[in-house]
Each structure stands twice: as structure tokens, then as C-alpha cells.
Design a protein. Structure first.
Length: 566
């Protein structure tokens, strides 16, 4: 079968050659003729799909339709969903949309809540800053920078080990364990006594929280197709903004407890919010089944899905990405697999973008509440004035996610962050001590309300890995690069450069300009790779193509019939 497994073009824009090959493949399939209908379309202003066309066949063509490639990609007996694999299964768009909505409510919603809990414990350090946190512990800005750097470093170091543990014991077990651990550390900050205990808890929190995000992304990939993942991850990261808004309101009240029992308000902030996330972590043990066909338990005797729904979930995901069955959800990774992913130079451009893309906006975001205090705003005002940037950021995040889905272009959807930030950083650099505090506030609010394109790039890295074996590690490497970038960004604003941070803003402008060029180069890199592979693949005869598929030892994105998304 010669159908390209992944194309950088939208599904409805195949070349005439590809369409002819696809029709030929379907004619040669021994299974029931697959008469696919187009998915019901929706306009950008419509929340739901239209009703027309819902009863058409939604089963998409794949390698499972040709007996020659069926055996090559057939799931192994050890794959946990093998009993629901059926290459002859057919279903309608109405059934598929209903199943996806059920997954959204049962799986994605709880992932949203868990990420909300993570961010609540991760960002409350900024809110504590508005309550004389540094002065109470006899620390300065550089101490705060060091704490953030150690947190990011430990967060980074925990990424890959956490993924290895998660792949071995299952994310449904490991993620709740992580949550309980970091919640206990977070609430223990009630007893901070100085610089040493502050730095220690920053390190421990980083280690405990480090692998959470790639673990959840891996878990969601069990349920969703590649094209569906970016917008789900966008909503997943919206919880970050919801946590910021809810945290600001909670902090406004909790910080008023200052003086009760002679304790500072920030101590109660850590204690109460840590207790809330501990509760979410305990509930997560009961809200995360191992996979789509393993939802039954003693407390959930009927499971979440019917047998028919399980067949649809498993087969729609495998038809989209046949390599998702190459590992059991309790199977560990070998050192050889890890080394292969690290040395995969085809993924390096995405890793470089992960390292650099957030640096231009990290310092203004980290120092937002401190900057507001320096401008003369009080504790309550500083927390409430941080809310508009959070709302703007949540809206722009979703717009970027939908833009990525509509345009089917990762570069176009992610370079927006740099284009957004550059003119605002230039404006910030021009400010002086006579600039109105409200003008400064407006510009900083817009900078920190940037389009958060990280979810799109996470899905991008996952798509270009194209294998459970590789995406498990590549997700960790990508997030390690992001955390390394955050460490760099956390140290650009220095104590001797405040309050306007002129030197720091010059650096941010330079990095932002460089990033725009890097996105263009990444586009050209993947476009050239695809063109070269297309040229070689089309030069082969149908027999040579089939012989390659039958005999190749290439896997994942190394396969000649794989196409990178960009």
C-alpha cells in the first residue's frame, strides 16, 4: 500500500497522484469496500458541527485496508487494546463525534482539573511575593531568581525519569502519586523559615512536578487522533490561566489572614491551596483508568464506554497512527530506545524552538506582581491587576489553537508569539522613570497576555515523533528544553538592573528577533525533508515501495513514507 502515513498538507488537499494511489489501494483491499464520506464541516463561528452528513462513514483509510500491510501493522498480542482491534470495523460520524465528546468530558475534563491543581501550587509563589514574602524570609530578588532557577532545574531533571516510571507503571498510577507528593511539599511551605528552606522546597517541588505534563500528554494520546490533540492541549493549558485567575482571587482573601496566630498571610496561602491540590490528587486515583478498554473497576462496574464505543476509540486512533500499538501501556523503555530519540536530528529544530520561544515573555511574566508593587500598587491591587493579562492570555491561547487546526500549519500558529511580543518589548524598552504607571501596566499586561503556543508545539513534537516508543522520550526532551529556556529567562532581569530592566529588555528584543528567523528556518527544514522523501518515494515503482514496507527496519519518523508536519 502506498498511502503516505502522515502529510504536511490538510486532508482535503491531497495531490492528484495521492488520490489516485488511495483509490487504487482501496480497490485492492480484501476487506469491505471503504466508502468514506467527508466529515461534517463547521464554520469558525459555529460551536458544533452541522447535522448534515453525520450518518456518513467516518472510518478513515489506513494501512489496515490492505492485506499486505495489515500484517505489518497489526497490534501485537501484548497491546492492551488488541481485543478491540478490528480492521473491518465501520462507524458513522455521528457515532465518532458522540464518542469524542464522551472522552472530552470523562478524560480531558479531569486532565484540566489536575493541571489546574498543578498550576495553583506552581504560581502561588508569585502571589506570596505581594505579601512581603521576601522580606519576611530576609531574602532579595537574586534569592528569588535562584529559587526559580533551582525549581526549573529540578523540574527539568525529573522529566525523563518520570516518563520512564510512567511508561513502566502506567500514567494512571504515576500521575496521582506525583500529585500527592507535590501537594504535601507545597503545603509544607507554611513552615518556611528562611533562604535555606525556601531553596529546598523549590527543589523538591521541581522534582515532584517535573514529569506531570508529558505524562498527561502521553495519557491523552491513548484516546485522541493526532489532529485532535492540539486543540485539546490548548484547552488543557487554559487551566493554567483559570488557575491564575482563581489563585489571584483566593490570594486576595487568604493573604488577609496575615496576623492571625501571628503568622503571615502567605503561610496560609501555601497551606490551604496545598490541601486543595492534595484532595485532587487523591481523587485522581479513581478518575484515571489505564486506557479506553480498561475503564471498569470495583467502583465503576459498568465502565465508561460500551463495547461498540471501545471498538470505535481503538480503531479510529490506530487508523490515524498505527504505531500507537507498538507498546503496552505498562511496558518500559530500554536505554537503546532513549539513545535513538536523543540522537534523532530530525527532531532537533522543535527542541531548539522549545528552548527559545518563551524567553522573550518569561521575565515580564515572572516579575508582573513585583513590578506592580514597584509601581506603587498595594497587595490586593497587585493581585487583582494581574487578572486582565491572564484573561487575554487564555483567549489568545485558544485562538492560536483553533488557528493551528484551521490552517494545519504549526509554524504559522506558533510564530505568532514572537510577532506579538516584539513591538511590545520595544515599547517597554523606551519607557523611563517618568512614564505613567498605567501606561507601563497596559504594555506589561499585553506582553504577559501573549498567545501561549506551547501546547501546539507539544503536539507538534508528538506528531513528528510518530511512535509511542519515541514520543514518550521526545515529549520529555522537548519539555526539558522548555524548562531550560525558563531558567535562562528567569535570570535575564537582575537586581542591579531594576526597576526598568533596560539591559534585560535589550536582550529580550534580540532573542525575539532571532526566534522569528528560527521559525522560518524550521519551516524550510521540514519542507525540504518532505520534498526529498517525496521525490525518492515517487521514483520507486509500486513493487519497490511494497518491498520497502515489507523489509524496512526503519521505524517512526525514519520511515521513507512518513511526512513531517510543519
Amino acid at each position: 500500500m502506498t498511502t503516505v502515513l502522515r502529510s504536511s498538507r490538510p486532508d482535503d488537499s491531497r495531490s492528484s497522484t495521492e488520490k489516485d494511489e488511495l483509490r487504487l489501494d482501496l480497490k485492492t483491499a480484501s476487506t469491505t469496500t471503504l466508502e468514506v464520506s467527508e466529515p461534517p464541516r463547521r464554520r469558525w463561528w459555529q460551536l458544533f458541527h452541522t447535522n448534515s452528513g453525520l450518518d456518513g462513514v467516518a472510518t478513515q483509510p489506513s494501512v489496515f485496508d490492505d492485506p499486505k500491510t495489515l500484517d505489518l501493522y497489526r497490534p501485537s498480542a501484548s497491546y492492551e487494546n488488541t481485543h478491540r482491534f478490528d480492521p473491518s470495523a465501520r462507524w458513522t460520524w455521528r457515532e465518532e463525534f458522540r464518542v469524542v465528546r464522551k472522552i472530552d468530558w470523562r478524560v480531558s475534563l479531569w486532565a484540566f482539573i489536575m493541571f489546574f491543581a498543578l498550576d495553583l501550587d506552581r504560581i502561588n509563589i508569585s502571589q506570596a511575593n505581594t505579601d512581603n514574602f521576601l522580606n519576611d524570609l530576609k531574602m532579595n530578588t537574586n534569592d528569588f531568581n535562584l529559587g526559580n532557577t533551582l525549581f526549573r532545574l529540578c523540574f527539568l531533571l525529573a522529566e525523563l525519569p518520570s516518563q520512564l516510571v510512567s511508561k513502566k507503571v502506567g500514567p494512571d498510577v504515576w500521575i496521582p502519586c506525583q500529585m500527592v507528593l507535590w501537594s504535601a511539599i507545597s503545603l509544607s511551605q507554611y513552615w518556611l523559615s528562611g533562604r535555606g528552606s525556601f531553596l529546598a522546597t523549590r527543589c523538591l517541588l521541581g522534582f515532584a512536578q517535573g514529569g506531570f505534563i508529558p505524562d498527561v500528554v502521553l495519557y491523552l494520546s491513548y484516546y485522541y487522533k493526532t489532529k485532535e490533540l492540539p486543540i485539546r492541549l490548548a484547552w488543557f493549558w487554559v487551566s493554567n490561566y483559570v488557575a491564575s485567575i482563581a489563585g489571584a482571587f483566593m490570594a486576595t482573601g487568604l493573604l488577609r489572614l496575615r496576623g492571625i496566630n501571628g503568622k503571615a498571610g502567605w503561610r496560609y496561602l501555601f497551606l490551604i491551596e496545598g490541601g486543595l491540590t492534595l484532595l485532587v490528587g487523591l481523587i485522581s486515583f479513581f478518575m484515571m483508568p489505564p486506557g479506553p478498554t480498561q475503564t471498569k473497576a470495583w467502583y465503576r462496574p459498568n465502565g465508561w464506554f460500551t463495547e461498540r464505543e471501545e471498538v470505535i476509540i481503538v480503531n479510529r486512533v490506530l487508523r490515524d497512527d498505527p504505531n500507537k500499538s507498538d507498546m503496552h501501556n505498562r511496558e518500559g523503555l530500554s536505554a537503546r530506545m532513549i539513545l535513538q530519540v536523543i540522537t534523532d536530528w530530525r527532531m532537533w529544530p522543535v527542541y531548539v524552538l522549545g528552548l527559545l520561544h518563551m524567553i522573550p515573555v518569561t521575565p515580564p511574566q515572572t516579575y508582573l506582581t513585583l513590578s506592580l508593587r514597584n509601581l506603587g500598587f498595594g497587595t490586593t491591587e497587585s493581585n487583582l491587576l494581574s487578572i486582565p493579562s491572564t484573561v487575554i492570555g487564555g483567549v489568545t491561547l485558544l485562538l492560536a489553537g483553533y488557528f493551528s487546526e484551521m490552517m494545519n500549519s504549526r509554524v504559522a500558529a506558533t510564530v505568532i508569539l514572537q510577532i506579538w511580543a516584539l513591538p511590545l518589548l520595544i515599547a517597554l524598552y523606551t519607557f523611563n522613570s517618568h512614564t505613567s504607571q498605567w501606561v507601563y501596566y497596559a504594555v506589561v499586561t499585553l506582553i504577559t497576555g501573549f498567545p501561549y503556543v506551547h501546547p501546539i508545539q507539544v503536539a507538534w513534537a508528538s506528531s513528528n515523533s510518530y511512535s509511542v516508543r519515541t514520543r514518550t522520550v521526545s515529549a520529555s526532551i522537548y519539555n526539558m528544553c522548555v524548562q531550560a529556556g525558563a531558567m535562562i529567562g528567569a535570570n535575564i532581569y537582575r537586581n542591579d538592573d531594576k526597576p526598568l530592566y533596560k539591559r534585560g529588555n535589550r536582550v529580550l528584543i534580540g532573542i525575539c528577533s532571532m526566534n522569528i528567523v528560527l521559525y522560518l528556518l524550521t519551516y524550510l527544514f521540514y519542507r525540504t525533508l518532505n520534498k526529498n522523501r517525496e521525490k525518492i518515494w515517487n521514483a520507486w515503482t509500486h513493487k519497490e515501495q511494497q518491498e520497502y514496507l515489507d523489509t524496512t527496519e526503519d521505524d517512526g519518523n525514519r520511515r521513507m513514507n512518513f511526512r513531517f508536519v510543519y
